[in-house]
Structure formats: structure tokens, C-alpha cells
Design a protein. Structure first.
Length: 264
């Protein structure tokens, strides 16, 4: 009977169906438990239920010709996650952890962007704000499909990765991110990218409010804000919203599978 059933949907949230039967048991993925050290607790987590989200590692925020640099921000700190991410992401892909690129990429008509958001990026109304062209290269600021919204060249999404556009600091607001994560059976999220105290933090907070387990990887995360913003972000994540770890702890977890299990 099973041979005549066809898969309908995205595993592990898929059904198996034919003309007469709908198998809605949703078989789960094989568990991949690992032990991960964080700054506050040792975690036992399941890689089969884990995804990594890379937030806003795009030209407008990280490139010297992008929008932040245009308005006078030193983007050097925003580039710090590039090297550790290039080392970490292949190892996570190798064990089946989904890589999700969450980039700010607005609609061309800005129809879902409110005035309070526009004001943050163009407070006088006569500057270069959302949707306006950068003087250096003509790219439209944070516009989906433009150079400005593209991931920096040093970090290349692969075809199997998942790309989600966002329209606010939080990647869960008015996007498909939550639906995608639930379809994939994700319960634990590794957070990386920029800016730690803004888009990363608000996305992480919303993930926590939605019931996800949140882990901030601090060497894969950065901010162009003052140091006290970075320190406050680390404090608040550990105190209220999840855990703080780093890529080295991930490598240790991946390379020591014998350290997993309830009896260890």
C-alpha cells in the first residue's frame, strides 16, 4: 500500500496520499542529538530540528559602497561575521541543517512599508532612504532584487539554501519565515548576522515569543552600533530570550558525537 502513496508537502510536515488514502502521521526525521556548550548552560539539542538564520549580510549593510556606508557608518564591524560564517555554513549543510538567508528586500512599490519605518532611514525626507538610488552605483536601497539587497559576494547562498525577504527589523513580521520553519519541523534556531542589537535581536525576540529555542552565535554576529549596544544584546539574550554560544562550540558538538545521549 505504501508504494502507491505519493508525498504531498515538505518533510517532515508532509502527507502521503493516493486516491483513497491520506496518511497524515508525518514521519519525523532521524534525530541527531548533540551536546552544545553555551555561556550559561550545556544544551542537548537535535540538529534534525535546527536551522541557522543569516540576517542582513547584504551589500547595503556590509559593503563599503552600500547604504550604511553612504550615510557615514563604518561598516568594518559588519564584515566580521563573513569569515566564521564561511567556515561554519558548509559544516552545518553537511549534517543537513537548513541555511536560511534573511535579507531586507522591499517591494518596489513600498506598499507594505509604513511612514514610521521610512522615517528611521530618511528622517528629513530629503536624504537617500528606502527605495532611493545610491549615488555611487544607482542601486535602490534595500530593494528586493537589487545589488543593495543582495548577499555580499564573500558569502554565497547555495541552491539548496532558503532565502526569505523581510520588510522590518524583525524577520517574522509580514513574512513567510514562521511558516517555512514550521514546515521544516524546526524548533531550534541559530542566529547570526547584523546588526546584532537591531535586526538580529528583534528577529530573535519574535522567535522566542513564537516558541522557538534561540541560540546567538556571537562570533558570527556583529553590529555597527556602540559597544554598549552589543553588550546589552548579549546580556538580554542570556537573561531573557535564549542562549549565547559561538561557532567553535558548534564545531566541538559536530566533531564529538560520542558525547551525546541521555546516559553520557
Amino acid at each position: 500500500m505504501d508504494q502507491s502513496l505519493r508525498t504531498l508537502g515538505i518533510a517532515p510536515n508532509a502527507w502521503r496520499v493516493n486516491q483513497a488514502i491520506a496518511d497524515i502521521t508525518r514521519p519525523q526525521k532521524t534525530p541527531q542529538p548533540v551536546i552544545l556548550s553555551t555561556e550559561t548552560k550545556t544544551l542537548r539539542l537535535d540538529l534534525a530540528k535546527t536551522a541557522i538564520i543569516v540576517i542582513d549580510m547584504q551589500n547595503d549593510f556590509c559593503h563599503p559602497d552600500g547604504w550604511l556606508a553612504h550615510i557615514g557608518v563604518d561598516v568594518t564591524p559588519a564584515r566580521k561575521p563573513i569569515e566564521p560564517l564561511n567556515i561554519l555554513l558548509p559544516q552545518l549543510r553537511a549534517v543537513g541543517v537548513p541555511v536560511i538567508w534573511l535579507n531586507w528586500g522591499n517591494r518596489p512599490d513600498l506598499m507594505n512599508i509604513h511612514s514610521n519605518v521610512l522615517h528611521v532611514y530618511n528622517p528629513t525626507g530629503d536624504g537617500v532612504g528606502l527605495g532611493d538610488r545610491l549615488p555611487k552605483n544607482g542601486a535602490k536601497v534595500l530593494m528586493a532584487g537589487s545589488w543593495a539587497a543582495a548577499v555580499v559576494d564573500e558569502l554565497q547562498p547555495l541552491p539548496e539554501d532558503i532565502c526569505v525577504d523581510k520588510y522590518r527589523m524583525s524577520g517574522f513580521w509580514d513574512t513567510a519565515l514562521d511558516s517555512i520553519l514550521r514546515n521544516l519541523g524546526i524548533t531550534t534556531i541559530l542566529f547570526t548576522g547584523v546588526n546584532a542589537d537591531q535586526c538580529v535581536m528583534t528577529t530573535l525576540c519574535d522567535a522566542n515569543f513564537l516558541g522557538y529555542d534561540c541560540i546567538l552565535l556571537q562570533d558570527c554576529t556583529a553590529t555597527t552600533s556602540p559597544d554598549y549596544c552589543w553588550l546589552a544584546t548579549l546580556y538580554n539574550v542570556k537573561q531573557c530570550f535564549g542562549f549565547v554560544s559561538d561557532s567553535q562550540a558548534i564545531f566541538t558538538a559536530l566533531n564529538h558525537p560520542e558525547a551525546t545521549g541521555e546516559d553520557k
